[in-house]
Write a protein that binds this ligand. Structure first.
Ligand code: ADP
Length: 701
């Protein structure tokens, strides 16, 4: 019945717990989740706006940079209106190109509408753009040298040809003619196998007439260097040949000549042939020179690409002209994008007039690496983001060292007047708050798990408490029923005997005496029981007071043992008392101590089973006094020995059925002993009996 009631109560508490704690917790959790999600969305929106602003800033600064280049070119043109031919080698323009790395070239569109490139960074120019006037041989000159030609090419009389040219040389003035004659002399010396002389002549040409052009604008300096290196190779003088080649490459690279493409290609094939002939050499110095030549050739190839790039642009002048809309003031500048052979070009046309228009070719690669990259890095550091730049077809051009995988980026497209790039910006790790919530559901999952764990722990402890309380209430009910029984039996016998005595149904005086004694004993028992209950309730409420006095405990123990001896004599108990003197005095509450000794001897009698011997021993132990009560009864199991001092606890279910008791006797013993600063111990083994020791402090005089 009690159990069933307890179960219902437990279920009710769980329902309350779920309704009052779990449900509100879950609802709050869901609301918090939604709130945090909203917060997160707000943070993300703000972050996206910041990133877009940063992207716009990058675009604006790129635009400003390009505008600054365009403006400086406009200023330059204003200050130096120089004819196109001069501008080609103009140091102002060279410096301009050097200052702005992103500038691949400058071009000029004359009134005729054909753009020409004004840039001295070209390795070569297409043959058809070469101006032949430099190399044109005048009629009179041609006539004068015809005899030399006759000797050399018709009669093949090299000696005479050589003498002829050497003869006219002192009378010839002008670098062009002298250069041409010296070239003829060196050529014939080579044919006559006068190698030393030929080398000397080429040295002379290289030193004095390197910028003289022969025939179709072939620079004499380059011819001299090529011929010199070939001569050295024939004489197997590898090192001088390679040195000459190195010099030639470096001259081509500067470049000092306006080379046509076929001449450039011709010189290059000569260079490659000499390199090929030396390549198998194992000589250290040769290898060393070869390495220097190779590295110069590498940079020459780079310049070649640059040249191709510019020439492709120039070669498609119709594309440019189609795009260009003439007009506008000086400060108006238009930018155009075009793609030639898969390469993208960005060019600006400075507004001019119908006779002249100037333009700039930007190298997008340079612009990207040397301008945009540092710009983005700088802004990315301030705004903390990761980024990448992609081309028109989504090809990756540049990116930051780290790109997060699971963060949605912001895309910023470059406007029409800039290269067709897209800047993709990923939010960087912006502090604990954002990074925590970026993990998203994962975090909330952990929060929910934590809430569930807390709720489970709460449920566990609530159940523990409920169980404990239920156990106590069960014990209390049990206590009430056993106590009622305890009261009932002495009261019944007192009543019966008193009735018989009152009605005069007990005639013999001995029998009457026996009845009186029994009534006395039972009422004493009742009074002890009541004392126990009163003491217990006082102790529970913390209101028990003691009247301590200094005395010998011996008398109290003796009285109690004697009283029990008399009481239990009929039941056949033999209670022995052994007192070991001397015993110190004690400060104690007499009534409380009587209660302790009574409870212990009473228990010893109750749980003696068949045995009838109880030994009480009073002895000193150091400065302390031990009251020991020993029985030979049922004993106590090990696991119960600690519990028997708890309130209402009765060891063994079957025992409680047979032996009457309330489960508070030992609780009172323990509390009284502890109030006397002592302790109670128990030694017991089931079936053999138990010894209860009350150890109390003695009092020094
Ligand atoms: P009770 O009124 O049940 O005797 P107590 O508090 O005095 O209550 O004792 C608690 C329990 O300890 C008893 O129910 C009994 O199981 C056990 N106990 C106490 N004294 C003895 C003893 N001398 N021998 C065996 N068991 C004992």
């Amino acid at each position: 019945m009690i159990k069933k009631k307890g179960e219902i109560q437990r279920r009710r508490i769980i329902v309350y717990y779920v309704l009052a704690i779990v449900l509100p917790c879950l609802i709050l959790g869901i609301l918090a989740f939604r709130g945090i999600k909203n917060d997160q969305a707000l943070v993300e929106r703000e972050q996206r706006r910041d990133l877009l602003e940063a992207g716009q800033q990058i675009i604006e600064e790129t635009d400003t940079y390009l505008s600054s280049i365009e403006n400086s070119l406009a200023d330059l043109i204003d200050t130096a209106t120089i004819p196109q031919e001069i501008i080609f080698n103009n140091s102002l323009l060279s410096r301009f190109s050097a200052q702005y790395q992103a500038v691949a070239g400058i071009f000029f569109i004359s009134g005729g509408g054909v753009p020409s490139l004004l840039n001295n960074g070209l390795l070569y120019i297409p043959d058809h753009l070469l101006t032949v006037s430099h190399g044109a041989v005048s009629r009179s000159r041609h006539f004068t040298w015809e005899r030399g030609w006759q000797f050399e090419f018709r009669k093949k009389d090299y000696q005479k040809a050589l003498e002829y040219y050497q003869g006219i040389l002192p009378n010839v003035t002008g670098a062009q003619s002298r250069g041409e004659i010296l070239n003829a002399i060196a050529r014939i010396q080579k044919k006559l196998k006068l190698d030393d002389e030929a080398l000397e002549t080429y040295d002379l040409i290289w030193n004095d007439y390197p910028h003289v052009f022969i025939q179709n604008k072939i620079p004499l300096g380059a011819v001299a260097l090529v011929e010199k290196s070939l001569l050295h190779m024939e004489r197997k003088d590898t090192i001088p040949a390679l040195k000459t080649i190195h010099l030639l490459i470096s001259q081509m690279q500067i470049p000092v000549w306006e080379l046509g493409y076929s001449h450039y290609a011709n010189f290059l094939s000569n260079i490659e042939e000499i390199i090929f002939r030396c390549e198998r050499s194992t000589e250290e110095e040769t290898i060393c020179w070869l390495q220097r030549i190779w590295s110069s050739k590498d940079s020459l190839s780079l310049s070649e690409k640059h040249t191709e790039y510019l020439l492709a642009f120039l070669g498609n002048s119709d594309v440019i002209l189609d795009d260009i809309e003439p007009g506008g003031g000086r400060n108006n500048c238009r930018r155009y994008k075009t793609s030639i052979n898969g390469r993208s070009y960005l060019f600006s046309i400075l507004a001019g007039n119908e006779y002249e228009q100037w333009g700039l070719i930007m190298d997008p690669g340079h612009l990207l690496n040397d301008t945009i990259r540092p710009l983005i890095l700088n802004i990315a550091e301030q705004s903390n983001f990761c980024w990448e730049v992609t081309g028109l077809n989504g090809e990756l051009l540049l990116k930051s060292a780290f790109i997060p995988e699971d963060t949605p980026p912001v895309y910023v497209m470059f406007p029409a007047n800039l290269p067709s790039w897209t800047l993709t910006i990923y939010p960087g790790d912006s502090g604990l708050f954002v990074s925590l919530f970026r993990r998203g559901e994962g975090l909330f999952f952990y929060i929910f798990v934590a809430i569930l764990i807390i709720l489970a722990a709460g449920l566990f402890f609530t159940l523990q408490t409920v169980n404990h309380e239920l156990h106590l209430s069960r014990m209390k009910s049990y206590f009430m029923s056993t106590v009622s029984h305890e009261f009932k039996s002495p009261l019944t016998s007192i009543r019966q005997m008193a009735e018989m005595l009152v009605r005069g149904r007990v005639p013999s005086p001995e029998r009457q005496q026996k009845y009186y004694t029994t009534i006395l004993q039972q009422s004493e028992r009742l009074s002890h029981l009541i004392d126990n209950i009163l003491d217990f309730s006082k102790m529970e409420e913390g209101q028990k007071t003691f009247r301590f006095e200094r005395a010998k405990i011996t008398a109290v123990v003796k009285d109690m043992v004697e009283s029990f001896q008399k009481l239990t004599a009929d039941e056949g108990f033999q209670i022995s008392l052994d007192i070991s003197e001397p015993l110190p005095d004690m400060v104690f509450d007499r009534e409380a101590m009587e209660q302790v000794i009574h409870n212990l001897i009473d228990n010893a009698c109750k749980y003696s089973d068949e045995s009838r011997t109880i030994d009480v021993h009073l002895y000193p132990k150091g400065s302390r006094i031990v009251i020991s009560v020993r029985d030979h009864g049922i004993g106590i199991r090990k696991e119960d020995q600690d519990k028997i001092f708890s309130r209402f606890y009765r060891a063994g279910e079957e025992l409680s059925q047979t032996v009457k008791g309330s489960g508070i006797g030992l609780t009172i013993v323990k509390q009284i002993v502890e109030a006397h600063h002592g302790e109670v111990t128990v030694e017991s083994s089931p079936g053999k009996g138990s010894i209860f020791n009350v150890i109390l402090p003695g009092s020094q005089k």
